[in-house]
Design a protein around this ligand. Structure first.
Ligand SMILES: Cc1ncc(COP(=O)(O)O)c(C=O)c1O
Length: 423
């Protein structure tokens, strides 16, 4: 936490109607952010506004269609600020899993059987299964291992599996299993030495940190707006020079050659695109709200990107304080083990743990009873939780994930329930 930084959590909370709900007489606390965040009123309004006032298909001669097209162009500009790229490098789709499956279909026709794909054991299945599917077409899939004690990627193992045969390298920026943030820039630079195309899953990173696709130099990056206050929509960044070469899967009648349209199959969910862009504006406005305290840290940015950067910083400082407090409290509980990288290592405010001899679901259910929403299981980080850690028989891990609308009192409430399970 930045010294003396004061986060205005009331300003954030009053924008989220869901936070007024109660369960069994308790305020419902949404600590399930890594599964999906709640939505501020303005995002839902933006979805409705589109449907009420802009609803038309693309490229019509009439006014509503023209306005709708202008709105989508503007949403791409907003996401270009979010990613630090050109608007023509922003494509919208159903969700990250589907967007990767679509990409896999492009790559299937770009490379030859025998070519290699490198995936990792730290990734969510959304960034593994699509590439594994290509195995059925004769591609060779290799898997980068993790250090099980810290849930961090093994860079040496990665280097040993990388070669001139590697055509695709898929890696996540932050692990939804337990919050590890990977230095993807280092991995990408290495993969590029061999000419591999890199795909970064930033789904768990995007809600907590500023994305800069130029800085990490990835070819493709995926994220999902519903993890950062938006509706259920996937957003893709694709480097224009790669996108121009991709043989994508739009129907013949559509323009199959232009970026970014060539990455979008058929009519977009434009109401969700408008909602997703509004979520970015929500982050930017939170940045503006805290700007007087953060000016120094974001002075190298300008315009909307500066506000987004400030919003992310404000969230990060506040969420880290909550996560650190929870970790400190949980370490008191006998038999409880927190998984993930240790103190000082880069990580998101996601705290995953289990208690020896207790099924993870029993803890999650007891928390749910008190209005404390957390996830348990493997959260589709199956390779990490099941294959590497072997935790399937005990129900995987309990995961508490913080968002900027959570409270320190919720940390205390979680602790009070979990401590009852201690030995
Ligand atoms: C790290 C990570 N990647 C990918 C996904 C899948 O995203 P989507 O539901 O948009 O397909 C998730 C969802 O939980 C995730 O946490």
């Amino acid at each position: 936490m930045k010294k003396n930084f004061k986060f205005d959590v009331d300003y954030i909370r009053e924008q989220f109607p869901a936070l007024a709900k109660t369960v069994n007489g308790y305020h419902e606390a949404f600590l399930d952010g890594p599964g999906g965040t709640q939505v501020p009123r303005r995002v839902a309004r933006a979805v409705c506004d589109y449907l009420f006032y802009y609803n038309a298909n693309e490229e019509g001669a009439f006014r509503t269609s023209v306005k709708s097209d202008e709105l989508v162009v503007n949403c791409r500009k907003i996401f270009a600020e979010f990613f630090n790229c050109d608007p023509c490098e922003v494509a919208f789709g159903e969700n990250t899993s589907s967007n990767n499956f679509k990409m896999a279909f492009c790559f299937a026709r770009m490379f030859e059987p025998g070519d290699e794909i490198l995936i990792t054991n730290i990734d969510h299945e959304a960034n593994r299964s699509p590439w594994r599917l290509l195995e059925q077409l004769g591609f060779v899939v290799k898997v980068v291992d993790i250090h099980p004690e810290t849930i961090t990627l093994d860079f040496e193992d990665f280097k040993s599996k990388l070669s001139h045969k590697t055509k695709i390298f898929a890696i996540n920026w932050a692990a939804n299993s337990c919050g590890t943030i990977t230095d993807v820039k280092k991995f990408i630079a290495e993969a590029h030495k061999y000419g591999a195309i890199t795909i970064v899953d930033s789904v768990h990173y995007a809600p907590h940190k500023l994305i800069d696709v130029k800085e990490i130099d990835t070819d493709i990056l995926q994220c999902s707006a519903y993890k950062y206050f938006g509706p259920h929509l996937g957003v893709t960044y694709c480097k224009k020079e790669l996108g121009d070469k991709l043989n994508s899967t739009r129907v013949q009648a559509y323009d199959n050659t232009r970026m970014p349209l060539k990455l979008e199959t058929g009519t977009l969910a434009m109401e969700l695109v408008n909602g997703a862009a509004e979520a970015v504006k929500f982050i930017a406005d939170a940045g503006k709200h805290h700007m007087n305290q953060l000016e120094d840290e974001v002075k190298n940015y300008s315009g909307l990107r500066k506000e987004i950067a400030a919003g992310m910083k404000a969230f990060e400082y506040y969420e880290d304080e909550l996560a650190d407090a929870l970790r400190a409290k949980l370490t008191d509980i006998a038999g409880l083990k927190i998984y993930g990288p240790g103190e000082g290592a880069p990580r998101t405010p996601t705290v995953s743990f289990r208690i020896e001899g207790v099924h993870a679901h029993d803890i999650a259910a007891a928390l749910a009873d008190k209005g404390l929403n957390v996830w348990d299981g493997d959260y589709y980080a199956i390779a990490t939780i099941r294959d590497v850690l072997g935790l399937e028989p005990v129900g995987g891990l309990v995961r508490v994930g913080f968002a900027p609308y959570n409270l320190m009192s919720e940390v205390d409430r979680v602790y009070e329930v979990v401590k009852e399970f201690g030995r």
